[in-house]
Write a protein that binds this ligand. Structure first.
Ligand code: GLC
Ligand code: CA
Length: 531
């Protein structure tokens, strides 16, 4: 089977302002990233994915755009961006950008014009109503309708009132956004993640969302979001965007599909399109939103795999919207290693969030330094998302080699910096690099079939990856106790030939016999087997 580059690649997500500061104003920027491309390449990464870099008032960390055709002065210039594309390609890597297509910042020229009168070129670019028409809520709290004094009407916002939703039922707006997308495709980027892609079309009759039963901390989750998002017409729009992509060679269209708890992998997978004419890859955050217990991982990943059917799954366990893995696991690095192994042995495309290779913890963010102001006490697992957006830590110098000035967000634990981990014999950085390298050597991890094994134990995850060349058995023990897994218990007559790798750097190899495997507490291991 011939796979596309984005099926074989490991992606690395970068929160641009937090990666590397080149001019020492405390804010990470494009030139800083360029100076660290070598590090990313050495990690074994194939594609770099960066969060929005457009000018922004930063109510929503850059996902609130004031001009899609420009670069925020804090992160660089358009020629820096063009250079980033060139430099990334020169190192043999791909580059993917993020375009928030559902909304803009209030200070975007389109909104200023749209709010100025009811009959100008831009008046229908946003969603306006004389009265609040329904019970829709903002994802960040309160009603999703706010009054505009100029136009003397209400406008709709899925997030805060600073970020009005665009009206994708307006053909002129659709054409403008296609122009934005084309502008970047012409700049030879390799792909785009469309942020909040399933929110773009709202019910044409503006019906009330029905109630969703259950106890949630957030009123937003007490509604079933069937009328303010996921309308059938959104698929038509995605198809149009995909057609535009198909005019170009080898580009990847990625969908950020927003789900509310308890998540819905089947809905996310519907955005691959019945005829595979929508997204190449869709992000399902259902697992990332869960507590990441072995049971939820197994159940939700099974649903995700089945929902994707013959489409290619994307795997994301941490991001700028989630707590970092180590923090989620109360600093337990062993569990983080297990998740890393799971991520990098899946069938599908893995997305690694910057700093996860260091086992970075969330930064502590005092109230006075919060940048993500929108989500106070509202988001599923956290108050502000800034913790997971802390500066990348490069060395033990002041400010972790991120900048020579105080970073705009507080740093995490400097001991975890790259330099420290490079000099140690054992480190999670070295482990991650090795796992990434293994995925390249063992082709079954990329193109092999995936089968879960029934091991009769909720705390052990076991599966097989197999292609014509090899079969690998991956077993992850999520308990603190030593476990023995008898092949006869799994009901399959295979024999381990070789133990390839363990999450435990001190594991003695081989730790298997002809009929059983021995795993230490929180150990995950990969074996080559005969089926
Ligand atoms: C996307 C982003 C998130 C942002 C939201 C609204 O889901 O991942 O960070 O807050 O869009 O713009
Ligand atoms: Ca800077």
């Amino acid at each position: 089977m011939d796979l596309a580059w984005w099926q074989e690649s490991i992606f690395y997500q970068i929160f641009l302002r937090s990666f590397k500061d080149s001019n020492n104003d405390g804010i990470g920027d494009i030139n800083g990233l360029i100076s660290k491309l070598g590090y990313i390449k050495d990690l074994g990464i194939d594609a770099v994915y960066i969060t929005p870099f457009f000018p922004s008032p930063y109510f929503d960390s850059g996902f609130d755009v004031s001009d899609f055709f420009d670069v925020d002065k804090y992160v660089g210039t358009m020629s820096d961006f063009d250079n980033l594309v060139i430099q990334t390609h020169e190192l043999g890597m791909k580059i993917v950008i993020d375009i928030p297509i559902n909304h803009t910042a209030v200070n975007h020229e389109w909104f200023i014009k749209s709010s100025s009168s009811k009959d100008n070129e831009y008046s229908d670019f946003y969603i306006w109503k004389d009265e609040i028409p329904n019970n829709w809520l903002s994802n960040f709290g309160g009603s999703s309708w706010s009054y505009n004094d100029n136009r003397k009407q209400y406008y709709m916002h899925s997030f805060t009132k600073d970020i009005p939703d665009l009206n994708w039922r307006c053909e002129a707006l659709v054409e403008k956004m296609l122009e934005v997308i084309r502008f970047y495709l012409d700049k030879k980027i390799d792909g785009i993640r469309l942020s909040c892609a399933n929110l773009i079309i709202k019910d044409k009759d503006f019906r009330d969302n029905p109630k969703f039963p259950g106890t949630f901390i957030n009123n937003y989750y007490k509604q079933r979001h069937i009328f303010d998002r996921n309308r059938p017409t959104s698929h038509r729009i995605i198809q149009r965007i995909r057609s535009l992509f198909d005019e170009y060679e080898d580009r990847v269209l990625i969908g950020d599909i927003v789900v509310t708890p308890p998540g819905e992998p089947e809905l996310v997978a519907s955005y691959y399109g019945v005829y595979k004419d929508e997204f190449h890859l869709a992000f399902d955050y259902t697992i990332a939103n869960s507590k990441l217990t072995p049971k939820t991982i197994k159940t939700l990943s099974t649903r995700w795999i089945e929902a994707c059917d013959t489409s290619w799954p994307a795997w994301v366990f941490s991001s700028h919207d989630h707590k970092r893995l180590v923090t989620k696991f109360n600093k337990d690095i062993k569990k983080t290693r297990l998740i890393q192994m799971f991520l990098l042995t899946q069938r599908g495309t893995p997305f690694l969030y910057y700093g996860e290779e260091l086992g970075l913890e969330d930064s502590r963010i005092p109230k006075s330094r919060q940048r993500d102001l929108q989500r106070k006490k509202l988001f599923f697992f956290q108050n502000s998302r800034d913790g997971a957006r802390g500066p990348m830590l490069w060395n033990i110098e002041n400010y972790g080699g991120f900048s020579t000035n105080e970073p705009y967000l507080p740093m995490g634990n400097i001991k975890k910096c790259v330099e420290n981990q490079e000099t140690k014999d054992v480190s999670i950085l070295k482990y991650t690099r090795k796992m990434i390298a293994l995925r390249k050597i063992h082709t079954s991890l990329i193109n092999g079939d995936f089968t879960y094994l029934d091991v009769n134990n909720d705390n052990i995850i076991a599966y097989i990856r197999t292609n014509e060349e090899e079969s690998l058995l991956i077993v992850l023990n999520f308990t603190c106790k030593k476990r023995i897994l008898k092949f006869s218990d799994i009901g399959l007559p295979f024999i381990a030939k070789n133990s390839i790798f363990s999450t435990n750097p001190y594991a003695k190899s081989p730790h298997f016999t002809n009929n059983e495997i021995l795993l230490n507490g929180y150990e995950g291991a990969i074996y080559s087997i005969d089926i």
